[in-house]
Design a binder for this molecule. Sequence first.
Ligand SMILES: [Zn+2]
Length: 641
Amino acid sequence: MSQGDVLQNIREAIFKNIPLEARITRIEFEGPLIAIYAENPAPILENEEVIRRIVKTIKKRIVIRADPKVRKPVNEAERIIREIVPPEAEITKIRFDEVTGEVIIEARRPGLVIGKGGSTHRRILLETLWRPHVVRTPSLKSHIVEQMLNLLYKESERRQRFLHEVGKRIHRPLLYKSDRVRVIALGGFKEVGRTAILVQTKESMVLVDCGIKPSPGPKDEYPYLDVPEFDVDKLDAVIVTHAHLDHCGFIPYLFKYGYKGPVYCTEPTRSLMALLLSDYLDVAKKEGKRVPFSIREVKEALLHTIPLEYGEVTDIAPDIRLTFHEAGHILGSAMVHLHIGNGLCNIVYTGDFKFGRTRLLEAAAHTFPRLELLIMESTYGAKEDVMPPRQETETQLIEVVKSTIERGGKVLIPVLSVGRAQEIMLVIDEAIRKERIPKVPVYIEGMVLEATAIHMAYPEKLSKGVREMIFHEQNPFSSEYFRPVTSQSERLEIAEGGPCIIMATSGMLTGGPSLEYLKLLAEDPKNSLVFVSYQIEGTLGRKILDKAKSGEKEIIVPIDISGGKPEYLVIKMEIRAIEGFSGHSDRRQLLAYIRNVRPKPEKIVICHGERSKAEELASTITRLFRIPTIALENLESIRVR
Ligand SMILES: [Zn+2]
């Protein structure tokens, strides 16, 4: 069957099911979707049965668009939209995209623009013949989300062409019947960092995650893309589980070396990737570190991103269907389900995941339609990796904050900007409201603020508790105690002022505002330094923590060794490390996951964990559950079918 035949079959099925008066003018590939253009889309849109029937016959997702000829003029369309949408929706911006025929409506309450069961959305489309794309205006302005929308809007024409090409490639006729599937470990196996997994069938090839190793040294920084199996030109798709750099940091490099295909991830992941990748380049520039790509390739990667919702079954190659499921790790994080060769085999890759609820997110998904091979992370896979219960962890944090403030000190919490920071903000907000700690200002630094704003743009992806608070105007992130810090000079004032809490990046004191604050606060024994995340070997955070654990009263560490004369810092603050805020499953949760995952996998591959942890977890699972489990090495592969 030729390419033309594939589309011809789809066309025939569509024409057979759509009433004639819809007057279809065009049927086109648009990425994984089939776009149907009609001069009179009403009979299709008003009859859900029609759409259901088409989807059932062609087994593709479809989008209905009005033919450009019939769209209402922009001014008139805007007037109609403002009439239809209730004022409580608080529309902040309306933009028309001539290329796609979409009207981008930004509103503070997007639910009201969509309406019950999509009724308002449908009315806008029917009356203006522009297709509404509704975006939430975050209550805290996110520059990244704004820049991203501008970029996509500006490059709309190019993007439309790209989607068309992707669609053609996805729907190419199947040359080979897939009878074998291989998974090749290109990075992040028996180690943490530079995750990259290649899934290969006779017909197609997809890369799942493509990260860097954010360690202090340049050794083993990037995945093994130089293997003969890997070929950028033959790559059908890149899939990203979440925005942490050890999972997406090397994607721009693919675009530098000729990749022109799609990157699939969730929408929040796209925004967080924009933030973390541009910050990575900024930091590298300041530190004089060479990175093998530039902001240009970061933009290319973002422009080639196709966002998907959890649960949306999407064709990404002639023989591969992708579905994302919630992973509970950070905002937008996803587990990857691959349905290969029309039922030949099903793979689930967990990515980083938390099998347990946190304040910020719901727990990871554990039921799938089918599952033969499970690829699971093992960051906390060793026997000793059992974390204290959340409540205990939170109490520890609250106690150290309380005692520091009561003695007139300041609390410095170095945080990772995405995930951990927001979790800590939720704990502190509640503790202040419940009067478990005194009412003091909580200073939030730039990167944390921007990441928080991105969280507020996607409340529907957060835990039920937080979502309800945001929808009921009790947004915990815009609590009156949280004070944004926007300039350098403010830091000095904060350091000289009264008791407070400061949250700043980097989480391991490897630079950035947290190190600036440390220099200002270190000498006063009334102050506290509280670590809430893992401190990697070689970082300043780890050095301080190791010295504190060995019982040194006065800690002296070198902080700037780049110049001729090293600069030393004397730390007299109280130093604490609080475990248990992790976004990863601990040992107990990893084993509980194997016990609960449905259906039971035939085979398990362990990844993303230090050598001893990965190996130990693999042998425990084999023993306890009698499922063949192996911890692959980088460059090893496994045949699934
Ligand atoms: Zn992660």
